[in-house]
Design a protein around this ligand. Structure first.
Ligand SMILES: [Zn+2]
Length: 258
């Protein structure tokens, strides 16, 4: 029986730990210390490290973990990942050592140029999407174009609606405030704000999300809908040329949204 738990790191990062009670793989260990503490506290052995992209708050802990555990490091082929042993890209499939789970790989550039996601299809669908898709939001475009990011998000949005979404940060409430500004009439967003606020008040993570919830409430997945395009056009005070234009306008709008 496989469990997935968040190990909080820094201010709002989650390092995801997949474990069977004895062996554990971690996704995006930006910091080694909370991972080592969690492994020790639970008498768990590290068996693999998975990275989604090269940012330090996702891979900074790799060398210190590898100093204690000689484990494989899976990461995107097109980025510099410390001590990477397995270079991955679109269409690759891995079986995570130590724990019985097979994951497939998507290229999802935009936040960074070589960002990848790890996903599993039904019957137990899930995706580790780093800083590309967030609950009710998406990552900033540090190295990619709006067209790339829109295409990457569309790939993730096409996964089964039950797919559990494990993102890299707890940004959900701030993202939902923006979602409500884009679609003030949305009952789904109103309900989700109440639900997620309740979790944060009890100090619980809002993650994992689901692809179904994201399709219903995430403005960045909804950029092609007429009411979302109209909101983008109203904000920019000009008509939208196409969905990528609407997506780029939403991303810019969110960058300046307090
Ligand atoms: Zn990042």
């Amino acid at each position: 029986m496989l469990s997935i738990i968040p190990i909080p790191a820094f201010r709002d990062n989650y390092i995801w730990a997949l474990h069977d009670g004895r062996h554990s793989a971690v996704v995006d260990p930006g910091d080694a210390r909370p991972v080592l503490e969690w492994l020790d506290a639970n008498a768990m052995e590290l068996t693999a490290i998975l990275a989604t992209h090269h940012h330090a708050d996702h891979v900074g802990g790799v060398p210190a973990l590898r100093a204690r555990y000689d484990v494989p490091v899976f990461g995107p082929a097109r980025e510099a990942i410390p001590q990477r042993t397995h270079a991955l890209g679109e269409g690759d499939r891995i079986v995570v050592p130590g724990i019985a789970i097979a994951l497939s790989v998507f290229d999802i550039p935009g936040h960074t140029a070589g960002h990848i996601a790890y996903y599993a299809l039904p019957p137990d669908p899930l995706v580790f999407c780093g800083d590309t898709l967030f609950a009710a939001g998406c990552g900033r475009l540090f190295e990619g174009t709006p067209a790339q990011m829109w295409s990457s998000l569309s790939k993730l949005a096409a996964l089964d609606r039950q797919t559990r979404v494990y993102c890299g940060h707890e940004y959900t409430l701030a993202n939902l405030r923006f979602a409500a500004a884009v679609e003030p009439e949305s009952a789904d967003i109103g309900v989700r704000i109440e639900h997620e606020t309740g979790k944060r008040e009890r100090n619980l993570p809002t993650l994992p999300s689901t692809i179904g919830a994201e399709r219903a409430t995430n403005p960045f997945l909804r950029a092609a809908l007429p009411n979302v395009m109209a909101a983008a056009a109203a904000h920019a005070a000009r008509p939208m040329q196409d969905v990528v234009d609407a997506f780029a306008t939403l991303r810019e709008w969110k960058n300046g949204f307090a």
